[in-house]
Write a protein that binds this ligand. Structure first.
Ligand code: AMP
Length: 193
């Protein structure tokens, strides 16, 4: 099962991805997590990405396409994967199609979590508060200023990705404002399970 989860920051992609991992036994491939790991490790990619990520801007397409291209070739991804946070531009979606087609593969489902934008800032702030309360480290881009840039990037660069998949007849939209359990059930339905 090869699944793409789309939706703005704070839509619940991470929560739903984790549930799909447990259900299907396939890995969650989050470009955000991979980039944060690269930043923490101080790799050349991490050094290049850090300032853009901290500001809430997208890193260049070729960087994330390269990361995902390598990652989907790894053995644990042979039976499928959940892409969380990728593709974020139409160029990335095109590159993904080409990478899959090269091996005779294609996506099984593209699911968009549709949420009310007004709820996103408070969801992000709650995530930051919960992390802090648990003694964890808050993401550098979980602050109101960077969050605004992330939303702007979503609107300008990522919203067209939904249209891209809708035009191909591959998009399923799910109401992401519901309780996480209800969202999971709606995703299962969209996946035909
Ligand atoms: P996320 O954890 O998905 O919210 O991603 C955190 C940050 O990583 C984003 O704000 C971008 O700076 C960067 N990033 C993650 N995935 C991508 C992507 N597919 N394309 C470009 N930048 C990305």
């Amino acid at each position: 099962m090869k699944i793409v989860l789309l939706g703005p920051p704070g839509a619940g992609k991470g929560t739903q991805s984790a549930r799909l991992v447990a259900k299907y036994g396939i890995p969650q491939l989050s470009t955000g997590d991979m980039l944060r790991a690269a930043v923490a490790a101080g790799t050349p990619i991490g050094l290049k990405a850090k300032a853009l990520m901290d500001a809430g801007a997208l890193v260049p397409d070729e960087v994330v396409v390269g990361i995902i291209g390598q990652r989907i070739e790894e053995p644990d991804a042979a039976n499928g994967f959940i892409l969380d946070g990728f593709p974020r531009t139409v160029a990335q979606a095109d590159a993904l199609d080409a990478m899959l087609a090269k091996n005779g593969h294609s996506l099984d489902a593209v699911i968009e979590l549709v949420v009310d934008e007004n709820a996103l800032l408070s969801r992000m702030q709650k995530r930051a508060d919960d992390t802090r309360a648990a003694g964890g480290e808050v993401r550098a881009d979980d602050n109101p200023e960077a969050f605004k840039t992330r939303l702007d990037a979503y609107r300008a660069q990522t919203a067209p990705v939904s249209t891209y998949y809708a035009d191909k007849g591959e998009l399923s939209q799910v109401d992401g404002m519901q309780h996480p359990d209800v969202v999971s059930a709606a995703i299962a339905k969209a996946l035909g399970a």
